[in-house]
Design a protein around this ligand. Structure first.
Ligand code: SAJ
Length: 428
């Protein structure tokens, strides 16, 4: 059993702390957000993830997890703080990483191991984290271990993936990785690969998300081609994927969340983003506009049409609306209605756009029940692939809506069934 202090209790840090506490370690969780600490101490887990609440309660009851008001000394420090993208510079904002590292430095002892899990631009562990930790006189690689272990878990399946995914440990030298392997091998069933360079691990992580983003951009271009040729793009992708070395992803109304739309920019941070990666980002960001173009073509009076946006979570069965494709579609609709547009380009929604999402609880827009969202709508746009949306019934929609346009951007409904029920079905 080792003592572990986890810094940052968000989507990654909290499940990481909880899993470690369930696998024999004495874990202290710290977050700068006091209200989050209070909420956790009251027993309430604010992240909707299968199994997380039960694991959390078990660790708290067993006394192996404690939520603390300050950073504490520990054998292992695991940093899981956010690294958002600064929209104006398209570069990573590393303020939280620096702040957490300073807190670790104040408690760092000879023989400790510091692990950075946050997703960061290449070079961050060595150029940003290492100097801060060494400022008190200890040397990374000899007095303490320093490792980058990129998180890889998929929102919606985090607890399982924390245990089953392969992990990469990039230490400043072999001694560092040995110490980190002892911690991770206590709960990881996947393969653990060690490399003697944190920058290599940073780049490998960024490549994983950049690969996925670029691949989705290809799928989105195929979707547009499909419209031109009058074929079903998803069927074409399925056929192409029968080849053993082809695996094209699925098109959609945009790529959301806090990883894929951001990490490709980190790869080019400080070096000029490679053209292909930047272009893929543009293709994916442009999908909201493409969806609205197609929608408007199907409406008699596009400027006045009432539109129901079904799904503002960035993907199915999560409660997270960060970089939400559904909201981007709604904002694009709003921005085009020039007479109604707000000075900031349409960040606020008018009453012609309604929103429904059964998973999201905190959003910048008013969320309503399905029937209210559909009431009087000329068109309904499915923007998230929540499992419950598969139960959508055309008769119910027909009774509530004023118009008959349904736009399925996520391949959720059976188009023939809806056409038979009198709907004009648009797909992506
Ligand atoms: N999407 C598509 N088409 C697809 C797959 C996804 O349009 O074929 C969209 C989704 O709807 C969503 C966005 O992409 O809007 C991102 O969803 P995702 O499921 O691809 O990824 P995330 O952001 O939830 O999690 C990713 C994962 N990375 C990879 O699979 C390589 C996860 O394993 C990482 O840990 C996570 O980023 C992270 O934190 O970096």
């Amino acid at each position: 059993m080792s003592s572990v202090c986890v810094h940052g209790l968000g989507y990654i840090g909290l499940p990481t702390a909880v899993v470690m506490a369930n696998f024999g370690h004495q874990v202290t969780g710290y977050d700068v957000d006091e209200s989050l600490r209070d909420r956790l101490r009251s027993g309430d887990v604010p992240v909707e993830e299968p199994g997380l609440q039960a694991y959390f309660t078990r660790a708290i009851d067993a006394g192996s997890l404690e939520i603390a008001d300050t950073v504490v000394a520990a054998k292992y420090h695991v940093i899981c703080v956010p690294t958002p993208l600064d929209e104006s510079s398209q570069r990573a904002n590393l303020d939280a990483v620096r702040e957490a590292t300073r807190s670790v430095a104040s408690e760092l002892r000879h023989g400790d191991t510091v692990i950075l899990e946050s997703t960061v631009p290449p070079g961050t562990t060595l150029r940003e984290v290492k100097p801060i930790l060494e400022s008190a006189g200890l040397v990374a690689g000899s007095d303490f271990a320093l490792v980058h272990c990129p998180e890889t878990v998929l929102p919606g399946d985090i607890v399982r993936e924390l245990r089953e995914n392969d992990r990469i440990l990039g230490g400043v030298n072999g001694l560092c990785t040995e110490s980190a392997v002892r911690l991770y091998s206590s709960f990881v069933e996947g393969e653990i690969t060690t490399v003697g360079d944190p920058t290599l691990a940073e780049i490998a992580k960024l490549l994983q998300n950049t690969y996925r983003d670029t691949n989705i951009a290809l799928a989105n271009e195929i979707a547009k081609l499909g419209d031109e040729y009058g074929i079903d793009a998803r069927e074409a992708i399925e056929l192409a994927n029968t080849h053993p070395r082809v695996e094209i992803h699925q098109p959609g109304p945009g790529v959301g969340g806090h990883c894929l739309p951001i990490d490709p920019w980190f790869l080019g941070h400080g070096s000029g983003t490679p053209e292909l990666i930047a272009h893929a980002r543009e293709v994916n960001d442009g999908m909201a506009g493409y969806v609205v173009d197609t929608l408007e073509e199907s409406l008699e009076e596009p400027d006045d049409a009432r539109i129901a946006i079904l799904g503002i979570a960035y993907k199915g069965d999560v409660d997270d609306a960060r970089q939400s494709p559904g909201l981007s579609v709604a904002k694009t609709v709003q921005a085009r209605r020039s007479s109604l547009a707000t000075p900031d380009g349409g960040a606020q929604m008018d009453s012609h756009v309604s929103f429904h999402d059964p998973h999201v609880t905190d959003a910048d827009v008013p969320l309503v029940g399905l029937e209210s969202a559909l009431a009087g709508a000329d068109a309904a746009v499915i923007t998230t692939d929540h499992e419950v949306f598969e139960e959508f019934d055309p008769e119910t929609f027909r009774d509530q809506m004023a118009g008959n346009v349904i736009y399925d951007t996520r391949n959720i409904i059976d188009p023939d069934r809806w056409r038979t029920a009198g709907f004009r079905v648009l797909t992506l």
